[in-house]
Design a protein around this ligand. Structure first.
Ligand code: HSE
Length: 399
């Protein structure tokens, strides 16, 4: 018998409880031992809920119970989730988490503590929700150097951008609709400003490039400045606009950023709509491979957490090494990243001035007294210098 304690009875925690119970015989058979949820930790009470009898309010009950082998951390936020995870690992209990904030900030530290205590710290659900990406990256695509990772890593923003694109709605209206449907938080900042995607690409980059990528070092731009008009121009390029998390290795230097990009219909990420996520990896031997599915939600995310629980059971008393060294990886300057831009500037009959400054560009059909064009690949620094000659309405990088 393996006893599991679940920290948090919110969206993910309650999903984990349901998956372990509803699929119990299957999950136990896969794990090779009977799995039981012994405790659920939450500050709240849940009268009438099936967890009522196993609900505890004090983490020490779990920590001091030698019968608890595995702790599922589904609390969200950095503290006390990080401290509880650390204490559980120090006590030799494996920890499985969906918490990207904790993994991005303390992943390497918790991996090290797990190693020293002969247990495991697993975090499949921290990126891409139910999509298997961490284990494939660590255990399957190991023969390759990863040339790049490009991901739609946030369901909320992908839903908003899809609605804006398909229904011609304004950002604020779609955000309200997403909040009403429960796809966006009441405080949507972490999603719409790209902070959530930033933590997820930091985790993927740390694993792919084997050293700590600090999320604070990643240039991050959200989607709040994207308008319906931007989609009208992108449409002329047979493209849409997606919030992408990127990490790329070029000449030994790793670059990473989060920003909205114009994505052409030929790219596999173009067709990833609504709340779905996708991660496109490019390996030097494998070429491109894409992982697609539900990046959020109770049961998809819980499915990934419980697969970690099964793995933790199968590997009791044995640490599975994870290559994520604590030394910080210095990122290349984002200004050096060369890419084309879709640019909208105020004014008409200014094609000559634009060409004089930006060189050879492709003009699009303009509207509302604007001129729109696509530049050739240029660095961020060169773009800023050229753009300072014009009144820019908006500019979006082209993927
Ligand atoms: N708010 C996140 C999203 C939840 O929309 O993708 C999953 O991390």
């Amino acid at each position: 018998m393996v006893n599991v304690a679940i920290l948090g009875h919110g969206t993910i925690g309650s999903g984990v409880y349901k998956v372990i119970n509803d699929n119990n015989s299957h999950v136990s058979r896969r794990a090779g031992d009977d799995i039981k949820v012994k405790y659920v930790l939450d500050l709240r009470d849940f009268p009438g809920d099936p967890v009522e009898d196993i609900l505890v309010h004090d983490f020490d009950t779990i920590l001091n119970d030698d019968e608890v082998d595995i702790v599922v951390e589904a609390m969200g936020g950095v503290e006390p989730a990080h401290t509880y995870a650390m204490q559980a690992l120090l006590a030799g209990k494996s920890v499985c988490t969906s918490n990207k904030e904790v993994v991005a900030k303390y992943g390497y530290e918790l991996i090290q503590i797990a190693k020293e205590n002969n247990c495991n710290f697993f975090f499949e659900a921290s990126v891409g929700g139910g999509i298997p990406i961490i284990r494939p990256l660590m255990g399957c695509i190991t023969a390759d150097h990863i040339k790049s990772i490009s991901g739609i890593l946030n369901g909320t923003t992908n839903y908003i951008l899809t609605k804006m694109s398909e229904e011609g709605l304004a950002f604020d209206d779609v955000l309200k609709d997403a909040q009403n449907k429960g796809y966006a938080e009441r405080n949507p900042e972490a999603d719409i400003e790209g902070y959530d995607a930033c933590r997820k690409i930091a985790i993927l980059a740390s694993l792919a490039y084997e050293r700590q990528v600090n999320f604070e070092d990643i240039y991050t731009e959200g989607i709040t400045k994207i308008t319906c008009e931007d989609f009208w121009y992108a449409n002329q390029l047979h493209s849409s606009i997606k919030l992408l998390g990127l990490a790329k290795r070029q000449n030994g230097v790793v670059y990473s950023m989060v920003a909205p990009f114009v994505v052409n219909q030929d790219n596999p990420l173009y067709g990833v709509s609504d709340v779905f996520n996708a991660i496109l990896l490019d390996g030097d031997m494998l070429g491109e491979v894409m992982f697609y599915g539900k990046g959020a939600g109770s049961l998809p995310t819980a499915s990934a957490v419980v697969s970690d629980v099964i793995s933790a059971v199968k590997n009791r008393g044995r640490n599975i090494p994870i290559l994520w060294r604590p030394e910080k990886r210095e990122l290349g300057p984002v200004d050096a990243f060369e890419m084309p831009y879709l640019v909208r500037v105020s004014g008409t009959d200014i094609e000559k001035e634009i060409k004089d400054v930006f060189g050879d560009v492709q003009f699009l059909q303009g509207q509302n007294g604007e001129t729109a064009f696509v530049t050739g690949p240029m660095s961020g620094a060169d773009y800023e210098k050229a753009a300072s000659n014009f009144e820019v309405v908006n500019r979006i990088r082209i993927f």
